[in-house]
Design a protein around this ligand. Structure first.
Ligand code: CP
Ligand code: NVA
Length: 324
């Protein structure tokens, strides 16, 4: 059953660079809209973003983010331009500000996948159309929205869940997932070595984010302690894009945090396994878990598209006639 909120939507015309750009209420509304769009017939969506154009500027490879945004925008009746390169944000040809000001004259919304987060902030500050972070070194908010949508589908509510994140707990996916989860009232238990542990100040920031909803974080250096009693066990690659120089060190440090059948068995009997993908079987997760019956990874991948449809509609329209 979809709950219809009484207040008007507030995301119109805004940027989404991090999960914390959304209030708890705005995040909850996006999830309700995404769920509604997922079950609604595609025929009813065909004109919602007619004559609107999404530009995607990607400085790193992508399968899910690129294709799910393209399909979402196309199914909503809009158009998509994709440009892959290495120089949009680094300022080697022109500044992020000038690139943003120029593109704002052509298109209605811009999704950017880049390295450092700060040039993306400068780009968004100069843009007069909404900018979406399609992954930066700091954050992957679109992934996190799809992840909490998947948890809501599986468990009915995110509040009260215990989510174990094992591996590189300092990366973009871990940060955005934790921000979304604690905002909605879940407890996030990181399992990681000291080298890959979020800073104390960031953990305190997460706890503050969760204060009003009962969300909290804990960090353990023992993977079993992080996973014991969890509803969700989540991991990501040990080495993120752009961090390849640390691969050898990461492989050595993170090996004890691999999600094996033995480690997964410490979670609740009905726990699910999650991973943003792409995954490396035999490294951060074994095939028996990611390909097993409790793996939710392809639901997560599908939900990227539904969550991004909701996001595009919320940033580009006033959601007239839609439940949010
Ligand atoms: N999960 C995710 O963002 O996948 P891609 O890198 O393939 O877009
Ligand atoms: N942490 C990974 C996520 C890929 C979707 C990376 O940044 O490469």
């Amino acid at each position: 059953m979809i709950a219809f909120a009484a207040e008007p939507a507030t995301l119109f015309g805004r940027h989404l660079l991090e999960v914390t750009d959304l209030s708890r209420d705005e995040l909850a509304r996006l999830l309700r809209l995404a769920q509604y769009l997922k079950v609604q017939g595609r025929g009813e969506q065909r004109t919602l973003l007619r004559d609107r154009t999404l530009a995607m500027l990607f400085e790193k490879p992508s399968l899910r983010t690129r294709v799910s945004f393209e399909v979402a925008m196309t199914q909503l009746g809009g158009e998509v331009l994709f440009a892959q390169g290495a120089e949009f944000m680094v300022g080697s040809r022109e500044s992020p500000e000038d690139a943003a000001r120029t593109l704002s004259r052509y298109v209605d919304v811009i999704a950017v996948r880049t390295h450092a987060h700060e040039p993306l902030q400068r780009f968004a500050h100069a843009s007069t159309v909404p900018v979406i972070n399609a992954l930066s070194a700091r954050a992957h908010p679109c992934q996190a929205i799809a992840d909490v949508l998947t948890m809501r589908e599986r468990f009915g509510d995110v509040a009260g869940l215990r989510i174990a994140y094992v591996g590189d707990a300092r990366n973009n996916v871990a940060a955005s997932l934790a921000e979304a989860a604690v905002t909605l009232g879940a407890t996030v238990q990181f399992g990681c070595p000291p080298t890959h542990r979020p800073s104390e100040s960031y953990l305190a920031k997460l706890d503050a984010l969760g204060e009003s909803s009962g969300g909290a974080t804990r960090a353990f250096s023992n993977a079993v302690r992080a996973v014991r009693g969890a509803d969700v066990v989540y991991t990501d690659v040990w080495t993120s894009m752009g961090e390849e120089r640390y691969r050898e060190r990461n492989d050595a440090m993170l090996r004890p945090y691999a999600v094996t059948e033995e480690l997964f068995a410490f979670a609740k009997p009905n726990a699910i396994f999650m991973h943003c993908l792409p995954a490396h079987r035999g490294e951060e997760v074994v095939a028996g878990v990611i390909d097993g019956p409790r793996s939710a990874v392809f639901d997560q991948a599908e939900n990227r598209m539904h969550a991004q449809k909701a996001l595009l509609l919320a940033l580009l329209t006033e959601l007239k006639g839609l439940p949010i």
